[in-house]
Ligand binder design. Structure first.
Ligand SMILES: Nc1ncnc2c1ncn2[C@@H]1O[C@H](COP(=O)(O)OP(=O)(O)OP(=O)(O)O)[C@@H](O)[C@H]1O
Ligand SMILES: [Mg+2]
Length: 359
């Protein structure tokens, strides 16, 4: 299980066990609250709210006040009691890098990682929060191990923390989207096997290939479902909202069907090309453990027929993410149809909601 925690200053008393998962995307904020009942994870509440266009871009807050307003009313409407949240970041402000280092103790690694990071990070080392996880890939006889190094720009992370403070929420975990995705998968299906996880959001796609509980390849690509809306908008001369409705099928395509199919075909081909690059990289480095399946999350994963198309292109099974498939759900409180509908884009929020509040 990936346990990235970029923000270290978290000193306070523990009241509840799990943090509230808060996934702040560029299109929508998703929130998820879970409870560890002892018999498994119980879903307490979940929901999402649209963000004003441009308020979050390239993984950075552009309009903190507007985002704060949306989160405030979402949390209030869902009656979320927890005040300690886990968030995640991705995109340009985060660097994920796997490095191969001599085996050392956690304390030695913490000291060494600073100098190691300087080689890989295109920002001033003083400007980033650093975190690492020893992936413990060494066998008994080997003296080198893989370490996942994560660096996140302080100003970007602090921007989120300050914004959430205004709404009365305390950020106790700062994770990375790709690892939150991994945690949501593993909470349901365990850590066995080699799986390609992808979250296709509005403006970015996170890819994480995991093998027996270890992230082998994690990358963010700046592509997402917003491309579809923009292309539809340009092709038919529509407003963004009109194009979005046409994309989601909430208005009839009328005589536009053929051109729409062409747009979907073009964009989905770009997506699969990026995924194939990840698969090729993985296969050439780890030929002994072939990828068994792909699990797709994010709103973009809901493009009709995308799973089948990806499956035909890659040759392995593709499923839509179902992050609550093993959770205890009170169907009187949470309507199954709504849960099914919203589940793919809740994958990251769910993964964040599995994080234990640190002391
Ligand atoms: N059925 C669908 N077909 C195509 N796209 C869809 C569908 N349903 C939702 N989307 C798109 O998914 C996107 C929202 O998904 P999600 O909530 O995962 O994005 P986000 O987390 O806000 O964005 P990002 O992570 O890229 O910053 C929107 O672009 C929306 O139009
Ligand atoms: Mg997202």
């Amino acid at each position: 299980m990936a346990k990235m925690n970029i923000n270290f200053s978290l000193p306070f008393v523990q009241k509840q066990t799990l943090a509230v998962g808060l996934d702040i995307g560029s299109h929508a904020v998703k929130v998820c609250e879970m409870h560890d009942s002892g018999d498994g994870l119980e879903l307490i509440s979940l929901g999402s709210a649209l963000l004003p266009a441009g308020s979050v871009e390239d993984g950075e807050l552009q309009d903190p006040e507007a985002v704060a307003e949306v989160i405030k009313s979402l949390v209030k409407n869902l009656n979320i009691k927890g005040k300690k949240v886990a968030i995640s970041i991705s995109g340009y402000s985060v660097i994920m890098k796997k490095v191969n280092l001599a085996v050392m103790t956690e304390t030695e690694l913490a000291e060494h990682i600073q100098t190691e990071a300087e080689q890989y990070i295109p920002f001033d080392i003083e400007e980033v929060y650093l975190d690492f996880q020893d992936l413990k890939t060494n066998s008994e006889t080997e003296d080198r191990t893989d370490v996942m190094l994560v660096a996140a720009k302080k100003d970007v992370v602090d921007g989120y923390l300050d914004m959430l403070n205004i709404v009365g929420l305390k950020t106790v975990v700062v994770d990375v989207d790709a690892f939150a995705l991994e945690n949501s998968y593993e909470a349901n299906y365990g850590s066995e096997g080699t799986i390609l996880l992808a979250d296709i959001g509005s403006s970015k796609m996170n890819i994480n290939i995991i093998s027996d509980g270890t992230s082998i390849f994690a990358r963010d690509i700046m592509m997402g479902s917003r491309q579809l809306t923009e292309d539809i908008q340009a092709r038919f001369g529509l407003s963004f909202d009109e194009a979005e409705s046409l994309k989601l099928g909430s208005v009839a395509p009328e005589d536009k069907q053929e051109e729409l199919e062409e747009i979907f075909g073009n964009i989905c081909t770009q997506w699969i090309m990026e995924i194939k690059k990840a698969v090729d990289f993985y296969n050439s480095n780890y030929p002994d453990k072939p990828i068994e399946k792909m699990v797709l999350g994010g709103g973009g994963a809901k493009v009709k027929g995308l799973d089948q198309f990806f499956s035909e292109e890659t040759g392995f099974p593709v499923e839509l993410s179902a992050p609550f498939s093993h959770a205890i759900v009170d169907t009187e409180k949470i309507e199954p149809d709504y849960l099914g509908y919203i589940s793919p884009e809740m994958a990251i929020a769910m993964g964040l909601a599995t994080r234990i509040i640190p002391f």
